[in-house]
Design a protein around this ligand. Structure first.
Ligand SMILES: Nc1nc2c(ncn2[C@@H]2O[C@H](COP(=O)(O)OP(=O)(O)OP(=O)(O)O)[C@@H](O)[C@H]2O)c(=O)[nH]1
Ligand SMILES: [Mg+2]
Length: 365
């Protein structure tokens, strides 16, 4: 049995963690008190935030799993303030992690674009890696591109730090790409969070299975270290009209992925986990589909979990090599930095003008 630590930082990270707990405890409001977790693994969860209100909003995460870092009401998307705040409160967070015992693997979830999550996460992962031997992965949520220049700037600097830092890899979830999961922003958040939570639980189950032909934590590690240190996931579910070949294709398509990626061109390594009744899992079909992908990219690990009577479900983890979408985001982020700087200079110029105009003058009464 694996020991897994999941930490959600900042509002976005907290909410996704809550969606994972909801899924794990079965979804009822009281289930966190009476329900038993759906995880095969032993899982500990911790929600960290500077804003008390964000923590209060959580419904499926136990009170003992919520850590408030005292800093008024969030750091207002300012990563410099966030970094200072992390240093000032680092011991509080590391103590909470230490109290939970030892782990085989940890995940830290946050938005790349806000203040708290995006500034704490690279530093927190570095701090955990310094102290413990287990692997730590980031799960980073990219913003809707129209959310504004500060969010865009934050995203590229957070990504840069996550790539350069000591995380063992980072799974990208893109709000912009997944916008269609809701009609408005609130339902899109819920849709994205629930979608991710379901996939994540599937991944944990696959990493912690004792059945034959399964992928394990070692394979996951190899996949995650395969590319730019960024990765994403795809998912698909079969039905009577959607055979296993089509389900695998679906996981690699626009409709199945969590981020805009052309797996055949931009992925480096992959892990494909297939679950379902034997009668739906034609081994030749699976092999043909997997070979098509592996002829284009590098190594692919394949795992099969047999489940009597169940329709096939497929999860793919893809490490990203070079990505056009990531390059585009960096261009937008750099543009945003220039724009912010220009505006700052204009404001400073105006203030200088005011001071010059009024030099030597006093109001006359
Ligand atoms: N998918 C998803 N994205 C979210 C959610 N809540 C916020 N976001 C995104 O997260 C980004 C803002 O980051 P937050 O997590 O709110 O910021 P924070 O880490 O709390 O930082 P501060 O509030 O600035 O201290 C925006 O790009 C939002 O679109 C959520 O529940 N789900
Ligand atoms: Mg916040």
């Amino acid at each position: 049995m694996l020991n897994v630590l999941i930490i959600g930082v900042g509002q976005c990270g907290n909410r996704i963690l809550d969606a994972i707990n909801k899924e794990a405890f079965g979804g009822g409001v009281l289930s966190k008190y009476y329900g038993s977790q759906k995880f095969t693994s032993h899982v500990e969860t911790i929600a960290i935030n500077t804003a008390m209100n964000d923590l209060k909003e959580l419904r499926f995460t136990k009170a003992k799993d919520r850590i408030h870092v005292p800093y008024l009401h969030g750091v207002g998307a300012n990563r410099n303030i966030g970094k200072q705040c992390f240093e000032d409160n680092k011991d509080l967070m590391l103590r909470a992690i230490e109290e939970r015992g030892d782990f085989d693997v940890a995940f830290v979830i946050a938005s790349a674009s806000g203040g708290t999550g995006s500034s704490f996460t690279p530093l927190l992962i570095d701090a955990i890696k310094k102290q413990y031997k287990y692997n730590v992965y980031g799960i980073l949520v990219l913003p809707f591109r129209e959310e504004g220049s500060i969010y865009l700037q934050n995203s590229i600097f957070c990504l840069k730090e996550m790539i350069a830092g000591s995380s063992d890899g980072n799974i990208i979830v893109d709000n912009q790409f997944l916008k269609h999961l809701g009609k408005d922003i609130k339902s899109a958040f819920d849709g994205i969070n629930n979608t991710f939570a379901q996939r994540f639980l599937f991944l944990l189950k696959a990493l912690d299975s004792e059945m034959m032909m399964v992928t394990d934590l070692g394979d996951f590690k190899t996949v995650m270290s395969g590319g730019s240190k960024l990765a994403t996931m795809g998912f698909g579910e079969g039905n009577k009209n959607l055979p296993i070949k089509a389900v695998i294709k679906h996981t690699l398509s626009h409709a199945g992925l969590l981020f805009e990626l052309d797996p055949y061109k931009e992925a480096n390594r992959a892990m494909i986990i297939i679950e379902g009744d034997k009668k739906y899992l034609n081994i030749n079909d699976i092999t043909t589909e997997v070979e098509q992908l592996s002829s284009k990219i590098g190594q692919i690990f394949k795992g099969v979990l047999l489940r009597n009577g169940e329709m096939p479900r497929v999860l793919t983890v893809l490490s990203i090599g070079a990505s056009a979408e990531i390059s585009k985001l960096f261009n937008l982020g750099v543009e945003a930095v220039h724009k912010e700087r220009e505006k700052k200079e204009q404001a400073a110029e105006m203030n200088k003008g005011i001071n010059q105009k009024l030099e030597g003058l006093e109001p006359q009464y």
